[in-house]
Each structure stands twice: as C-alpha cells, then as structure tokens.
Design a protein around this ligand. Structure first.
Ligand code: GCU
Length: 677
C-alpha cells in the first residue's frame, strides 16, 4: 500500500476494459531506440507497465517498426529512419512532441527523446483515465526552463521539508541506494520537469569534494534516462572556506581559476550538468558584496565557467538586508529591484535571474514581484514553492495553483503593452532566449513524498503549469484526482471542491487583506503568531498598533515601493480606491475602522473572514469522510488524520488572530463572537 503513495499519480490502477477499449489498445509497443538507459527505452518500459496495470494487457516491446495495432515511440528523426516518411506534423520545439491516436498506430514522436518520453506519459495519462478519444496534436513547452529545487542538506535534513529526510544525502554524502531517486525521476519526467537542483541554496561546499562529485554523478546517471539534468547550488565562499584560498573575490584570478577547475571536474563526471544555482549576499550567505563587486560580477563568473559546457546559472533575486522598522520608508519588498534593476543588460546570456513570485517570501497573498517588469534585457525565471513553508506545512490542505495563477496571469503593463508574467518568464515578452520556472519542492523519504497525499496535487500542477501556463487550475486538479484516486464521480467532485476552496480558506483564517500569513515569522513559520511580525529586522512587518494597520508602500506617504511598478500598475496601487481589497494592507496603512469596498470595516472583515475561513476548513473532514470505502483504507486514514488536525488548527488560527487584533484595537466584533482575554 505504500506503493500508492510512492507512485503518486502514476499508479496505473486497473480499469474495466470494454470492447471498444480492447480494440483501441495496441498489441505491440515499438520503441525506436533500444539503448537501455535512453528516455525512449524508458518510455517503452513505462508503456508496458501502464498497459499491464490499467488493462491487464501484457504488450510485447519491439524495436522494429510496425505501423498497425501498435504504439510507436521515438524521436521524429528516429521515426523517419526506421519507419519511413511521416505525414506533415506541426513544428516541434525543444522537448516538444507529437501525439496521435488517430491512425492504425498510436504515434508518440518527440523533437528529442525527452519529448518522446513526455508524450508517452501524456498518452498513459489519457488511457489511465479511461480516455480513448481520437486526438492528434503537437505539444510544445511554454518555457524552456522547468526546474525543481530541493533544499536538501548534506546531513540528510531538508530546510523547510516536511516529508522526512533527504532521498539524496546522508551523513555528509550521497546515499548509496538511489532507488527513491529513480522513483522521483519518474514522477518528475511525467510532469515534464527537465532539471533538478539537489542541494540547499544555503549550500555546503563539501559537495565539491571528489567523492561527493562522484556521488552527484551517480545521481545524474539515475536522472538521465528520464530526460532530467541535475544542477548544483554553490556556496559563494567555497574558494576560501573549502579551497583554502585567501579570498573569494569573484574578480580575483586565483578564485576564477579555482572555480574553473572545480567546474571542469564536475563536468568530467556529469557532462550534461544543467548548471549552477546561486544564493549570495542573502540571509547570511556570502556574496560579492564582501568585495564591493556587483551581483552581475558574481553571476557572470559562473556563467563563463559553465558556458563552454552548455550550462546555465540560475542566480537568485532573493537578496535583502536586515532593516530597522523605526524607519518609515524601510521596506524589504523594495530590495530586489534596488539590487538588480541597475544591472539589467549586464548579465551574460546564460544567466537567468530566479525571482520569487512576490517581493517578500511565498506569503499567502502577495502582489507580483515588480522585478519582472524591470529586467527587459535579462533572462528571468519565476520561483514558486510546492513545499508549504508558510502555508500549513502539508498539515493543512492548500491547493496552490489558484494562488500561482494570480501571479502568472497578472499583466504588468510594461510600456503600456500587455505584459503577462507568464509571457515574461517564457521569454516571449522581451524576446529572451531563456526563461522559465523553478519550484522548491522538498520531497523526502516519506512514502507520501511531501508528507501528505493531498499535497502532491501541487507538485503535479506545478509541472503542468511550467509546461503549459494557460492550463486551468481545476482541469489540472481533475486529472490529478482521477490518476491518484480513480474515476469515481463523488471522489472527483469532493476532492475538487475541497481543494478549490482551500487556498481562499487558508488566506481567510490566517491573514487576509494582504497583511500576509501572520504565522510565526522568527523560527518555525508555522502556526499563528501575529506579534512576531513586527519589531524585528526581517521586514515582513504589519505596522499594527492600537488604531491602525498595514504597510504604507505608496510613493506619496510611504516606502515608495508602488513606484517600482510600471505606470498603470503603480497608479492603481498608489491610490487606495483602486487597490484591490485583498492587497489593501500590503499597500496602505489604514485605521481599523477604514471601510472596504464591501462596506465593512477592516477589523470587522478580519473577524468575519477568520470565521468564514475556519468554517470552510471544518467542512473538509466531513466531506472526506463521505468518501470512506471509495479510497483505500491506508490513504483514506492518512488524509483523514490531517484534515481532522486542520479542523482544529483552523480554529486555533481564527481565535489567535481575532483575539490579537481585538485586544490591540479594543474594537468589538459586531457579531459578538470575539471576546477579551
Ligand atoms: C525563506 C526560508 C529559508 C530559505 C530562504 C530562501 O526565507 O525560510 O529557509 O533559505 O527563504 O529562499 O533562500
């Protein structure tokens, strides 16, 4: 039964097979590459497994072309060589594929082998959902960069990971048994992820020792057949702390030479390494500022090293300093634009700036990071978080795509032209060569991967959106539910309903109106602790006092943050009347008695929303219980346990937040639910 968790959405659970289903099933699998560790070969084994699992049909795998009653998988070129001419198919981009179930043979043809594997998983997804419709289409990625990041430490712990210890590291080394890594590779390939960074952005230089480089190579060997490249997070001070040099100045000759040698060693073992990920000058991490060098000096140092090998550098925009709250204009949200804007155009072509979706840190609601509008001459990628650091840490059900969509679909109106974030990161808006997405995932050795079964919908959806950012959040969810829990209509409707209301509910019972999550900001990032937000250097402030609340980020009276957006957006946020209520306290400092567009006061909205949100969360358990018997006992109980917990914890949240603001403001709840403590 642990298998159910490990296989995630790739369970290939058996379905009844009617006559028409039978006539639609291939009797031969043709793979156009017989090399064992090739993605096309893997596609063949996966097809075999899928047909056997879903329809109990043991289909022979052959490497000879057979164009009737078969499923043929390979690249377009392999097809031409082995099977002959192919009818006109649309242009395929890198990693793209053609899938046709219309002819005598199912054709799954990739632009490259990775694409062929993606098409295979897409076909398997269809038939695992009992879908035998006749389709013929080309599918191309909306973004070339579709990465995941793991924040795994060398000792096997995972920063902000809630699914147990690392599948990669233990006791300072790469683990011997990489079975789980292969299983992870399979899941990631099925959602069209093309690279994974396996170590924490707060990086430990010991990954660079020869034994560990070899271990890193073993990991790469496991991922490679799945079309997934590996990447590595670097510690900027490595030349000094690990290499024994007297400096880590990015412009120093000995430092450059040191990185050159290390890079050569890594590429010798991993010739197709995707590249480096760099967090520098942030949260205590060393960086170029120590030597008064720019962030571009740092990024380009690595870019030049990996360039000859075809690698790229993902340089994180998450750079900020501690601030003093007594300064009214101090604002962490401004940091990224302040650091990076002036460097636009100075980054090498193979540098990509990896930007968290909002200007602070994966909060329950944030405006789009204004940096996306400020780097027209730089490659950019958006950073999302699948691991629910601030969002209940997998103990709360929070389906994230509706949140991500508020960002991806946002129009920044750069130069008064349509400038959707999803088009910017795809490289389309500013005609950039690279662009894309990275998500912090943090799966662990837990057999559910993330710690709870329902959280896997977020990983699944992340991959889907990285490939096709216009896909609908609910459609994606439907596929995930059917693949994970079967085709029962009630199961589908119930989990869909719970999931779709889960993010709004979490926002309501944690922190609404753009005030952020109100979680414990200092250590755990878990549970309510509104008092912790202020009077510290972290800059996730609410500026709540007895009479008023919110960050004034206007140009007129506040930190000036709203001025970092293009005109139309800046004007909207600058004016309290045109600022959407759900970001009101992000941009404005108002009295608790300020009236929202709904007519309610801010404080009454707080009280009401916390009740509404918790009430919604309390329906999850009973909804889930109505599915007993329709889901295997083990997964049923595991999920039930979490929803039971969420029922209670949403009330803890509700009362903690409401009591806090009630005590602070002294303003009674009109409905008389909140009382003095
Ligand atoms: C958050 C998180 C840290 C992490 C950091 C980052 O602040 O709490 O654990 O290191 O983001 O993204 O670098």
């Amino acid at each position: 039964a642990a298998e159910d968790g490990l296989n995630g959405w790739l369970r290939y659970a058996s379905l009844p097979c009617s006559k028409s289903c039978h006539s639609n099933l291939p009797s031969t699998i043709v793979t156009l590459n017989s090399t064992e560790s090739s993605p096309v070969y893997i596609a063949g084994t996966e097809l075999h497994k899928g047909l056997k699992g879903v329809y109990r049909k043991d289909v022979r795998v052959s490497h000879k072309c057979k164009t009737s009653s078969s499923v043929i998988v390979g690249t377009v070129d392999q097809y031409r060589k082995t099977c002959g001419a192919i009818h006109s198919i649309p242009e395929l981009e890198d990693d793209g594929f053609w899938l046709s179930t219309k002819g005598d043979a199912v054709q799954i043809l990739g632009q490259n082998e990775r694409g062929a594997l993606y098409g295979t998983f897409e076909y398997l997804s269809m038939i695992s959902q009992g879908n035998f419709s006749r389709v013929a289409y080309a599918s191309n990625p909306s973004q070339p960069i579709r990465w995941v990041n793991q924040w795994d430490n060398m000792d096997g712990s995972i920063e902000r990971g809630y699914g147990g210890p690392s599948i990669f590291f233990k006791n300072g080394q790469i683990v011997e048994d990489l079975t789980r890594v292969a299983e992870y590779a399979r899941l990631l390939a099925s959602i069209k992820i093309n690279a994974v960074v396996i170590n924490n952005v707060n990086a430990n230089a010991t990954l660079l020792d020869p034994k560990n480089i070899d271990g890193f190579g073993r990991v790469a060997d496991v991922f490679r057949p799945y079309g997934i490249q590996v990447g590595m997070s670097l510690n900027f001070a490595s030349p000094q702390t690990y290499g024994g040099l007297s400096t880590f100045d990015p412009l120093d000759e000995s430092v450059i030479k040191w990185w050159s040698d290390i890079t050569a060693q890594i590429y010798k073992r991993v010739p197709d390494m995707a590249g480096y990920l760099v967090k520098a000058d942030s949260e205590g991490q060393p960086g170029p500022q120590t030597y008064n060098r720019t962030l571009a000096d740092a990024a380009n140092l690595f870019a030049k090293e990996v360039q000859p090998y075809g690698g790229i550098v993902m340089y994180r925009a998450f750079v900020y300093n501690q601030l003093n709250e007594s300064v009214w204009t101090a604002d962490r949200a401004k940091a990224a634009v302040n650091f990076f804007k002036e460097l636009d155009g100075e980054f090498d072509d193979n540098v990509v700036i990896q930007i968290k979706f909002g200007p602070i840190d994966f909060q329950v609601r944030e405006p789009v990071s204004p940096l996306f509008a400020n780097l027209p001459n730089t490659n950019m990628a958006i950073e999302l978080q699948v691991t629910q650091e601030y969002l209940g840490q997998q103990s709360h059900l929070v389906y994230l795509p509706p949140l991500w969509k508020t960002i991806l679909d946002f129009d920044l109106r750069v130069d008064h032209q349509p400038s959707l974030v999803r088009d910017i990161v795809a490289g389309k808006r500013f005609n950039r060569k690279f662009g894309g997405s990275a998500a912090v995932v943090n799966v662990g050795t837990n057999t559910t991967w993330l710690g709870s079964h329902l959280s896997m919908s977020n990983l699944y959806a992340y991959g889907r959106l990285a490939w096709s950012s216009t896909d609908d959040a609910q459609d994606i969810l439907h596929d995930w539910i059917r693949l994970t829990f079967g085709l029962d209509r009630k199961v589908l409707d119930t989990i869909t309903h719970m999931s779709m209301v889960s993010w709004p509910a979490y926002e309501q019972y944690s922190g609404n109106l753009g005030i952020q999550t109100l979680t414990d900001i200092l250590y755990t990032h878990y549970g309510p602790n509104p008092a912790s937000q202020d009077n510290n250097g972290w800059g996730q402030w609410t500026r709540a006092d007895q009479a008023s609340i919110g960050m004034d980020r206007t140009v007129k009276n506040g930190t000036g943050y709203s001025g970092q957006y293009p005109d139309e957006i800046a004007t909207m946020y600058e004016n309290i009347n045109t600022t959407p209520d759900d970001l009101l306290l992000w941009f404005h400092h108002v009295d608790y008695t300020h009236r929202l567009k709904s007519g309610k006061t801010v404080i009454q909205h707080f009280y009401d929303a916390h009740y509404t949100g918790a009430e919604t969360a309390q329906t999850f358990l009973t909804q889930w219980e109505s599915l007993q018997g329709k889901i295997d006992q083990e997964r049923y109980s595991h999920v039930r346990h979490f929803l039971d917990y969420q029922t209670g914890h949403s009330i803890v949240w509700r009362d903690a937040i409401n009591d806090f603001y009630h005590n602070l403001s002294g303003i009674p709840d009109e409905a008389k639910r909140v009382s003095h403590h």
